[in-house]
Design a protein around this ligand. Structure first.
Ligand SMILES: [Zn+2]
Ligand SMILES: [Zn+2]
Length: 263
Protein backbone atom coordinates (compact mmCIF):
# COMPACT_ATOMS: atom_id res chain seq x y z
CA UNK A 1 0.00 0.00 0.00
CA UNK A 2 2.86 2.37 0.76
CA UNK A 3 4.05 2.00 -2.83
CA UNK A 4 0.60 2.83 -4.21
CA UNK A 5 0.35 5.87 -1.99
CA UNK A 6 3.76 7.03 -3.20
CA UNK A 7 2.67 6.61 -6.81
CA UNK A 8 -0.44 8.69 -6.22
CA UNK A 9 1.42 11.39 -4.30
CA UNK A 10 4.37 11.68 -6.67
CA UNK A 11 4.46 14.79 -8.82
CA UNK A 12 6.08 12.91 -11.69
CA UNK A 13 7.20 9.41 -12.66
CA UNK A 14 10.78 10.52 -12.18
CA UNK A 15 10.09 11.19 -8.51
CA UNK A 16 8.64 7.72 -8.04
CA UNK A 17 11.96 6.14 -8.90
CA UNK A 18 14.17 8.48 -6.88
CA UNK A 19 15.75 6.85 -3.87
CA UNK A 20 14.57 8.18 -0.52
CA UNK A 21 16.86 9.12 2.35
CA UNK A 22 16.75 6.50 5.13
CA UNK A 23 16.85 9.24 7.74
CA UNK A 24 14.57 12.08 6.59
CA UNK A 25 12.67 10.42 3.72
CA UNK A 26 13.51 13.13 1.18
CA UNK A 27 14.42 12.04 -2.36
CA UNK A 28 18.17 11.65 -2.90
CA UNK A 29 19.28 13.52 -6.04
CA UNK A 30 20.85 11.15 -8.61
CA UNK A 31 24.62 11.06 -8.29
CA UNK A 32 24.55 12.52 -4.77
CA UNK A 33 25.64 9.36 -3.01
CA UNK A 34 28.58 11.18 -1.50
CA UNK A 35 31.10 9.37 -3.69
CA UNK A 36 33.61 12.19 -3.25
CA UNK A 37 33.44 11.79 0.51
CA UNK A 38 33.57 8.01 0.60
CA UNK A 39 36.36 6.69 2.81
CA UNK A 40 36.55 3.66 5.08
CA UNK A 41 33.53 3.82 7.34
CA UNK A 42 31.75 6.88 5.93
CA UNK A 43 29.18 7.87 4.67
CA UNK A 44 26.42 5.27 5.19
CA UNK A 45 24.42 4.10 2.17
CA UNK A 46 21.07 5.65 1.24
CA UNK A 47 21.42 8.86 3.23
CA UNK A 48 20.86 12.27 1.57
CA UNK A 49 23.65 14.89 1.48
CA UNK A 50 21.93 17.05 4.13
CA UNK A 51 21.67 14.16 6.60
CA UNK A 52 25.22 13.00 5.80
CA UNK A 53 26.40 16.50 6.72
CA UNK A 54 24.27 16.65 9.88
CA UNK A 55 25.50 13.22 11.02
CA UNK A 56 29.17 13.71 10.14
CA UNK A 57 31.53 11.79 12.43
CA UNK A 58 33.72 13.69 14.84
CA UNK A 59 37.23 13.45 13.46
CA UNK A 60 39.34 15.49 15.84
CA UNK A 61 39.34 17.50 19.04
CA UNK A 62 38.84 14.69 21.54
CA UNK A 63 40.88 12.63 23.98
CA UNK A 64 42.16 9.53 22.12
CA UNK A 65 41.54 7.33 25.15
CA UNK A 66 38.19 8.37 26.63
CA UNK A 67 36.76 10.53 23.84
CA UNK A 68 36.28 13.60 26.07
CA UNK A 69 35.59 16.55 23.78
CA UNK A 70 37.78 19.59 23.37
CA UNK A 71 36.25 22.87 22.24
CA UNK A 72 38.04 22.87 18.87
CA UNK A 73 36.94 19.96 16.65
CA UNK A 74 40.12 20.42 14.58
CA UNK A 75 42.54 20.07 17.53
CA UNK A 76 45.13 17.25 17.44
CA UNK A 77 44.34 14.24 19.62
CA UNK A 78 45.69 14.87 23.10
CA UNK A 79 45.11 12.89 26.32
CA UNK A 80 42.75 14.74 28.68
CA UNK A 81 43.77 15.57 32.25
CA UNK A 82 41.58 12.84 33.74
CA UNK A 83 43.18 10.13 31.56
CA UNK A 84 46.70 11.40 32.33
CA UNK A 85 46.16 11.55 36.08
CA UNK A 86 43.67 8.85 37.05
CA UNK A 87 43.97 6.02 34.56
CA UNK A 88 40.80 4.36 33.31
CA UNK A 89 39.19 0.95 33.63
CA UNK A 90 38.76 0.84 29.83
CA UNK A 91 41.50 0.93 27.19
CA UNK A 92 39.81 3.05 24.50
CA UNK A 93 36.43 4.67 23.94
CA UNK A 94 35.41 4.74 20.26
CA UNK A 95 32.33 6.73 19.27
CA UNK A 96 30.55 8.20 16.26
CA UNK A 97 30.04 11.87 17.17
CA UNK A 98 29.14 14.32 19.91
CA UNK A 99 25.72 13.89 21.52
CA UNK A 100 23.59 16.58 19.94
CA UNK A 101 21.63 17.69 16.88
CA UNK A 102 20.21 15.09 14.51
CA UNK A 103 22.14 12.21 16.11
CA UNK A 104 20.57 12.96 19.49
CA UNK A 105 17.08 13.26 17.94
CA UNK A 106 17.47 9.87 16.24
CA UNK A 107 18.74 8.15 19.39
CA UNK A 108 15.97 9.57 21.59
CA UNK A 109 13.23 8.72 19.05
CA UNK A 110 14.59 5.18 18.69
CA UNK A 111 15.22 4.49 22.35
CA UNK A 112 11.82 5.59 23.57
CA UNK A 113 10.07 3.53 20.92
CA UNK A 114 8.61 6.37 18.87
CA UNK A 115 10.64 5.54 15.75
CA UNK A 116 11.99 1.98 15.85
CA UNK A 117 12.87 2.33 12.15
CA UNK A 118 15.75 4.68 13.07
CA UNK A 119 17.46 1.64 14.57
CA UNK A 120 18.72 0.58 11.12
CA UNK A 121 20.76 3.71 10.49
CA UNK A 122 21.94 3.91 14.13
CA UNK A 123 23.16 0.30 13.98
CA UNK A 124 25.10 1.17 10.85
CA UNK A 125 26.61 4.30 12.45
CA UNK A 126 27.85 2.18 15.37
CA UNK A 127 29.41 -0.35 13.00
CA UNK A 128 31.07 2.40 10.96
CA UNK A 129 32.39 4.06 14.14
CA UNK A 130 34.25 0.86 15.03
CA UNK A 131 35.59 0.49 11.46
CA UNK A 132 36.89 4.08 11.52
CA UNK A 133 38.37 3.73 14.99
CA UNK A 134 40.34 0.70 13.79
CA UNK A 135 41.33 2.35 10.51
CA UNK A 136 42.27 5.91 11.18
CA UNK A 137 42.64 6.67 14.86
CA UNK A 138 46.19 6.93 16.00
CA UNK A 139 47.42 9.60 18.33
CA UNK A 140 50.73 10.04 20.14
CA UNK A 141 50.18 6.57 21.64
CA UNK A 142 48.62 4.65 18.77
CA UNK A 143 48.47 1.38 20.73
CA UNK A 144 46.02 2.74 23.25
CA UNK A 145 44.04 4.78 20.71
CA UNK A 146 42.75 1.79 18.75
CA UNK A 147 40.13 -0.59 20.17
CA UNK A 148 41.21 -4.23 20.20
CA UNK A 149 39.54 -6.99 18.21
CA UNK A 150 37.24 -8.36 20.95
CA UNK A 151 36.63 -11.94 22.06
CA UNK A 152 33.13 -10.98 23.10
CA UNK A 153 30.75 -8.02 22.71
CA UNK A 154 28.92 -7.09 25.92
CA UNK A 155 26.08 -4.55 25.83
CA UNK A 156 25.53 -2.31 28.86
CA UNK A 157 22.51 -4.05 30.45
CA UNK A 158 19.26 -2.53 31.66
CA UNK A 159 17.77 -3.53 34.98
CA UNK A 160 15.09 -6.22 34.37
CA UNK A 161 12.37 -3.80 35.52
CA UNK A 162 13.45 -1.19 32.98
CA UNK A 163 13.84 -3.81 30.26
CA UNK A 164 10.28 -4.98 30.90
CA UNK A 165 9.07 -1.40 30.61
CA UNK A 166 10.99 -0.52 27.44
CA UNK A 167 10.71 -3.90 25.78
CA UNK A 168 14.24 -3.95 24.37
CA UNK A 169 17.80 -3.08 25.35
CA UNK A 170 19.04 -0.51 22.84
CA UNK A 171 22.70 -1.31 23.65
CA UNK A 172 22.16 -4.94 22.65
CA UNK A 173 20.03 -4.24 19.56
CA UNK A 174 22.44 -1.58 18.23
CA UNK A 175 25.44 -3.92 18.52
CA UNK A 176 23.95 -6.94 16.73
CA UNK A 177 25.03 -6.16 13.12
CA UNK A 178 28.50 -5.11 14.36
CA UNK A 179 28.97 -8.52 16.01
CA UNK A 180 27.39 -10.42 13.10
CA UNK A 181 29.52 -8.66 10.47
CA UNK A 182 32.74 -9.49 12.31
CA UNK A 183 31.68 -12.95 13.49
CA UNK A 184 32.00 -11.96 17.17
CA UNK A 185 29.97 -13.47 19.96
CA UNK A 186 27.57 -11.08 21.63
CA UNK A 187 26.81 -11.98 25.25
CA UNK A 188 23.95 -10.15 26.93
CA UNK A 189 24.36 -12.27 30.07
CA UNK A 190 28.00 -11.50 30.81
CA UNK A 191 27.02 -8.35 32.68
CA UNK A 192 23.92 -7.80 34.79
CA UNK A 193 22.38 -4.75 36.36
CA UNK A 194 21.78 -5.81 39.91
CA UNK A 195 20.42 -2.55 41.22
CA UNK A 196 17.62 -0.47 39.66
CA UNK A 197 19.16 3.01 39.62
CA UNK A 198 17.59 6.36 38.90
CA UNK A 199 18.05 7.39 35.23
CA UNK A 200 21.54 8.95 34.96
CA UNK A 201 20.16 11.74 32.75
CA UNK A 202 18.30 13.18 35.77
CA UNK A 203 21.51 13.63 37.81
CA UNK A 204 24.68 15.72 37.74
CA UNK A 205 28.29 14.39 37.64
CA UNK A 206 29.06 13.45 41.26
CA UNK A 207 25.55 12.13 41.90
CA UNK A 208 25.78 9.99 38.76
CA UNK A 209 28.85 8.27 40.18
CA UNK A 210 27.14 7.60 43.52
CA UNK A 211 23.92 6.50 41.84
CA UNK A 212 25.61 3.90 39.63
CA UNK A 213 28.08 2.49 42.18
CA UNK A 214 27.70 -1.27 42.61
CA UNK A 215 24.98 -1.36 39.95
CA UNK A 216 26.69 -4.05 37.82
CA UNK A 217 27.89 -7.60 38.37
CA UNK A 218 29.90 -9.50 35.73
CA UNK A 219 29.89 -13.28 35.29
CA UNK A 220 33.52 -14.43 35.59
CA UNK A 221 32.83 -17.66 33.67
CA UNK A 222 31.83 -15.55 30.65
CA UNK A 223 34.54 -12.87 30.67
CA UNK A 224 37.66 -14.21 32.40
CA UNK A 225 40.76 -13.76 30.23
CA UNK A 226 38.70 -12.20 27.40
CA UNK A 227 38.95 -8.90 25.54
CA UNK A 228 35.55 -7.27 25.91
CA UNK A 229 33.94 -4.64 23.69
CA UNK A 230 31.38 -2.88 25.87
CA UNK A 231 28.63 -1.16 23.84
CA UNK A 232 26.10 1.51 24.70
CA UNK A 233 24.14 4.19 22.86
CA UNK A 234 25.39 7.27 24.72
CA UNK A 235 28.27 8.01 27.09
CA UNK A 236 28.09 11.39 28.78
CA UNK A 237 29.99 11.71 32.08
CA UNK A 238 31.23 8.15 31.66
CA UNK A 239 30.05 7.02 35.12
CA UNK A 240 27.98 4.15 33.69
CA UNK A 241 30.60 2.65 31.35
CA UNK A 242 33.36 3.14 33.94
CA UNK A 243 31.39 1.24 36.58
CA UNK A 244 30.50 -1.48 34.06
CA UNK A 245 34.14 -1.73 32.88
CA UNK A 246 35.35 -2.06 36.49
CA UNK A 247 32.90 -4.89 37.10
CA UNK A 248 34.18 -6.68 33.97
CA UNK A 249 37.83 -6.23 35.02
CA UNK A 250 37.16 -7.48 38.55
CA UNK A 251 35.56 -10.57 37.03
CA UNK A 252 38.85 -11.20 35.19
CA UNK A 253 38.34 -9.57 31.76
CA UNK A 254 41.74 -9.02 30.12
CA UNK A 255 40.84 -5.71 28.51
CA UNK A 256 37.72 -3.59 28.05
CA UNK A 257 37.15 -1.25 25.09
CA UNK A 258 34.04 0.86 24.80
CA UNK A 259 32.02 1.64 21.68
CA UNK A 260 29.15 4.14 21.79
CA UNK A 261 27.21 6.14 19.22
CA UNK A 262 27.43 9.48 20.96
CA UNK A 263 29.85 11.04 23.39
ZN1 LIG B 1 18.03 12.93 4.67
ZN1 LIG C 1 40.54 11.20 28.35
Amino acid sequence: MAVVRRLLAAASWREVFLRRCRVCGDPIPPGAAGAALATAGWPPRGVCPACVAALAPRQGGFCPRCGAMEADPAADPCLCAACLIEGRPFAVVAFHAAYGGLLRDLIVAYKFGRHPEHGAVLRELLLLAYVRARADRGGPDADTAVPAEPDVVVPVPLHPARLAWRGFNQSLELARPLARTHGWRIDARALARIRDTRPQSTLSGRLRRENIQGAFAADASRVRGRRVLLTDDVMTTGATVETAAKALLSAGARRVDVLVLAR
